[in-house]
Ligand binder design. Structure first.
Ligand SMILES: Cc1cc2nc3c(=O)[nH]c(=O)nc-3n(C[C@H](O)[C@H](O)[C@H](O)COP(=O)(O)OP(=O)(O)OC[C@H]3O[C@@H](n4cnc5c(N)ncnc54)[C@H](O)[C@@H]3O)c2cc1C
Length: 300
């Protein structure tokens, strides 16, 4: 090993992996390998990895819990940074500050148990805090940006900053300009509420998810964004695509908005099925479904 890979190995030791299968790091449980996979935890770690990526002009990606990403079979070149080692959560009055690799659901649980409302409906979203901010993840009428106050970042040049949610234009599953930043932590400002009601609301949401979503199979949640005045799952269902299969990938029979990996699906199986669904819905309803999930790397 020579060059930048050796430098990363020397610095990160066992927190630096090579040819790491992304099936291990994505909820679709499929995908090619990351050329280099590292776990930066401190400001110093991030500065180091950014310095290398910038000076060698190497692409750098960030991954949270991989619950919204499909990686192609040929994998991803360059450096992939996992936030999993950064998972502290602190509560202070009506604010919760969490590092980006903390589980969003854990933060929701802590908030509810402290009698703080505003994020109970985000319970059960299987992503990290950083991924939730990046995607403006939401459910049951609540979105991450509703209760977000500010977040700490470093930009791609390694400069730290604290950004207010008002600094961004955000909407349903979209935050303009967020891709310029690495999110290190986020602070949520919540509202004092009734402990029992919050726990009930959280349990209701968790129950509905279990009832309606195919949680027994690997997936990355809803494949498409909600089109205006409709639901992607309704359109897919109405087009008769429930249960449609390509290789090991299937339009879930339980929730037509999900594609599940039911039998060792390849990334190409999933991607082909996504395209097929888009085409057929366009043919029948004239609606262009927009992908919510993010495609990384090269496919067969
Ligand atoms: C069963 C299931 C149910 C789901 N239900 C919902 C739901 O109800 N609502 C919903 O909105 N989503 C849902 N999702 C999708 C997914 O959980 C969310 O989009 C989640 O916010 C993604 O978080 P993540 O940490 O997994 O992000 P990843 O998938 O790892 O990454 C997503 C994007 O965020 C970027 N990113 C991640 N962390 C950072 C960071 N620290 N700094 C900069 N960029 C970062 C990545 O580069 C990537 O572009 C569901 C998924 C599954 C599998």
């Amino acid at each position: 090993m020579t060059g930048y890979k050796q430098e990363l190995k020397d610095f990160f030791a066992d927190k630096c992996l090579f040819n790491e299968p992304m099936a291990r790091h994505t909820t679709y449980r499929t995908g090619g390998a990351a050329e280099v996979y590292v776990y930066p935890q401190t400001q110093e770690d991030w500065s180091f990895v950014l310095k290398i990526a910038n000076s060698e002009k190497i692409p750098l990606r960030i991954i949270g819990f991989g619950s919204n990403i499909l990686v192609g079979e040929k994998g991803v070149g360059g450096i992939t940074c996992s936030t999993k080692g950064m998972n502290q959560v602190n509560i202070n009055g009506d604010r919760i500050k969490a590092q980006s690799g903390a589980a969003l659901d854990k933060v929701c649980e802590i908030a509810c148990e402290a009698g703080l409302g505003g994020m109970e409906k985000l319970s059960g979203i299987p992503g990290s805090v950083g991924g939730a901010v990046y995607m403006n993840a939401g459910a049951f009428g609540q979105e991450t940006f509703d209760c977000l106050e500010y977040f700490d970042v470093i930009d791609r040049q390694g400069r730290p900053a604290t950004l207010l949610k008002e600094d961004f234009k955000y909407a349903y599953r979209k935050v303009e300009g967020i891709e310029d930043y690495i999110i290190l932590s986020a602070c949520f400002k919540l509202i004092k509420g009734n402990f029992t009601q919050l726990i009930e609301s959280r349990n209701m949401v968790l129950h509905k998810r279990k009832e309606k979503q195919p949680l027994e199979f690997p997936s990355a949640g809803s494949v498409f964004k909600r089109p205006s005045n409709d639901y992607a799952s309704r359109l897919i269902d109405d087009t008769g695509l429930r249960g449609l299969t390509v290789g090991g990938a299937k339009v879930s029979e339980k929730h037509a908005g999900f594609i599940i990996n039911f039998n060792r699906a390849t990334p190409k199986d999933i991607r082909t099925l996504m395209e097929l669904v888009r085409e057929k819905v366009k043919e029948k309803h004239g609606v262009e479904l927009e992908l919510e999930q993010i495609l990384w790397g090269n496919f067969e």
